[in-house]
Ligand binder design. Structure first.
Ligand code: KG4
Length: 395
């Protein structure tokens, strides 16, 4: 019913989150603790076992905060909803363990929620007039999917990544280009570098789009990453050799000279691609080139995402006879304004609306977990407990 109160719990990656949401969609609380900073400082990414220890350390506090912020106690909670997957197994089990402890102690029903389903349904929390069918583009650090939502519990995956997720590709790119920092996510670093290149008037470095001839809705980003590494290396070698570094590309094979033939006196060993000994001026030029690479990489990733989304709409229309009226973008990469701009342009031509939930609800959170449980209750498809059935929720 609309007066029910659901406590959602989420711990699938590096965010520990808990939230209380009412049956009518009013969010009473949204408590979170992120381990992003320490994970990136200590491990350069999410290390599942360490993240699980972090969840274990913070989960009690986060759940307590969610209840306090909502001015309620467990006696007011009608249902506990918890993420069962997909996600990092040791992390998921912390949230599930906590949820089970709570329902046992207070005799509350438990509902296990598929993380991807929750992302898809978030858009209907924001806009309760959003009708099925709609398309969901989920682009995050761990996922890349195009899903057609035909109803609650009725999802059809039209495409997914065959290798990396785009957020993951951006995180790696930021590291390769040495533009990463522990305060911001890799994707943000890439977006800012792209903006710097554009502001300077530097054209994005061109990347060939992978799988351009494939006639499906799948994605692949690892080829772009290999390509990026090669461009970085060629540039560093060209700089080392004193040749025109900006024209270094795989088309121009540069002869790699030995250290004795180096024009600059600032190299003391054979570490061609180690920039420790590069002069300040060369470092600036290199960083500017890296910004142009970031811009090119981002372009290539978004070109692919926009093309595949357009294809998915065509597929829904021509093969399934479904007129999709809205596309929802979710996941951390949905924060990127260039992606939003490009999707808006593509969708406008097709008379399809773009729905972007607020960024805070696009990234991992517990509001969406509670909301997905509410949607399931309303649609009459609740899945209780952590049964086999719950784990295999069709998505
Ligand atoms: O959904 P999310 O918070 O959690 C994971 O699935 O990890 O997504 C975070 C991901 C990271 O990979 C991050 O680099 C990316 O989203 N991201 C962005 C931007 N902000 C975050 N990617 C591109 N542009 C952004 N502005």
């Amino acid at each position: 019913s609309t007066s029910m109160r659901v406590l959602g719990i989420e711990s699938s990656c590096d965010d520990t989150a808990a939230s209380v949401v009412c049956g009518d969609g009013v969010v009473l609380s949204d408590a979170r603790h992120s381990q992003q900073k320490e994970m990136s400082e200590l491990y350069g990414g999410v290390y599942p076992k360490a993240a699980a220890l972090g969840h274990a350390k913070y989960i009690d506090r986060v759940v307590e905060k969610a209840l306090v912020d909502a001015s309620c106690t467990l006696a007011d909670i009608d249902l506990v909803a918890v993420t069962i997957g997909p996600g990092l197994a040791p992390c998921l089990s912390v949230g599930l363990g906590k949820a089970k402890e709570l329902v046992k102690l207070h005799d509350i029903p438990l509902m296990c929620i598929n993380h991807l389903e929750a992302h898809a349904l978030t858009a209907r929390l924001i806009d309760q007039t959003l009708e099925f069918p709609f398309m969901v583009l989920l682009v995050s650090g761990g996922n890349c999917q195009l899903v057609l939502a035909e109803g609650v519990d009725e999802y059809r995956r039209l495409g997914q990544t065959l290798d990396d997720a785009p957020g993951e590709a951006f995180d790696k790119t930021a590291r390769i280009l040495k533009i990463e920092s522990s305060d911001i996510k890799g994707g943000v670093a890439v977006e800012r570098a792209s903006e710097r290149a554009r502001a300077r008037g530097d054209a994005p470095v061109k990347f060939n789009e992978p799988m351009i001839r494939r006639r499906d809705c799948n994605f692949s980003f690892s080829g772009l990453k290999t390509n990026l590494r090669r461009k970085v290396k060629l540039y560093a070698e060209a700089q080392f050799n004193g040749t025109d570094a900006c024209n270094a590309g795989e088309e121009h094979t540069q002869t790699v000279h030995s250290a004795e033939h180096s024009t600059g006196g600032d190299y003391i060993d054979h570490a061609h691609t180690d920039d420790t000994f590069v002069s300040a001026d060369k470092k600036i030029k290199q960083q500017q080139y890296h910004d142009a690479l970031a811009a090119g990489f981002q372009d290539a990733v978004f070109d692919q995402i926009v093309r595949r989304s357009a294809r998915a709409l065509l597929y829904a229309d021509k093969k399934l006879g479904l007129q999709v009226k809205s596309v929802v973008i979710s996941g951390g990469v949905a924060a990127n304004s260039e992606l939003r701009r490009r999707m808006t342009t593509m969708l406008r031509e097709r008379d399809v609306a773009l729905a972007c939930p607020p960024i805070a609800l696009c990234t991992d959170n517990a509001v969406m977990i509670a909301w997905a449980a509410i949607e399931r209750c309303k649609a009459g498809v609740p899945v209780e407990g952590d049964s086999e059935q719950a784990q295999s929720i069709r998505f």
